[in-house]
Design a protein around this ligand. Structure first.
Ligand code: HEC
Length: 139
């Protein structure tokens, strides 16, 4: 008897979970167009260096890439498979900030170079993004 209740419970939970997933996907893009994040990001305990990166990021990058690099209606999430270190190494960050980025993965348009962010700042940002990525299974 207990086993049956347990199985029924698990089945109901699975159904609810599936329902939530099903409803959630289309809404994610709605969230982005309303200024919300594009992806869910788990924020780990950040190192001191990453926290410095977070501050610079929030100041200079989050308008487009979103808080916690989760994306926005103006730019893609950097906590995303596309930006795993083997596809976009750290050099991509220095290039993006120094030279800008021509749109090639998304449809947000080009990213302009960002003034007033030093190489050292970028190093901190890279650390920040990599720690976020790692906590979200991207490495
Ligand atoms: C005005 C909006 C905007 C701002 C501000 C911005 N970005 Fe971007 N960024 C974009 C867009 C849009 C793309 C995606 C281009 C594509 O691939 O379609 C992008 C792409 C990138 C990429 C990927 C580069 C590549 O090689 O594909 C990196 C790394 C990046 N941004 C880092 C940053 C950092 C760090 C900052 C802050 C110092 C920043 N961005 C600020 C809009 C922005």
């Amino acid at each position: 008897m207990r086993g049956v209740v347990l199985i029924a419970g698990v089945a109901v939970l699975a159904l609810i979970g599936f329902g939530a997933w099903w409803m959630y996907w289309p809404h994610q893009m709605d969230g982005a167009s309303a200024g919300g994040p594009m992806v869910d990001v788990v924020v780990p305990d950040l190192s001191a260096q990453a926290r410095r990166g977070e501050a610079v990021f929030n100041e200079n990058c989050a308008t487009c890439h979103g808080r916690n690099a989760a994306g926005s209606e103006q730019g893609p999430p950097l906590v995303h498979r596309i930006y795993e270190p083997s596809h976009h190494g750290d050099g991509a960050f220095y290039r993006a900030v120094g030279l800008g980025v021509r749109a090639h993965h998304w449809r947000f348009g080009d990213m302009a170079a960002v003034d007033g962010v030093s190489e050292r700042d970028v190093a901190h940002i890279v650390r920040y993004i990599r720690e976020l990525q790692r906590a979200n299974g991207i490495f």
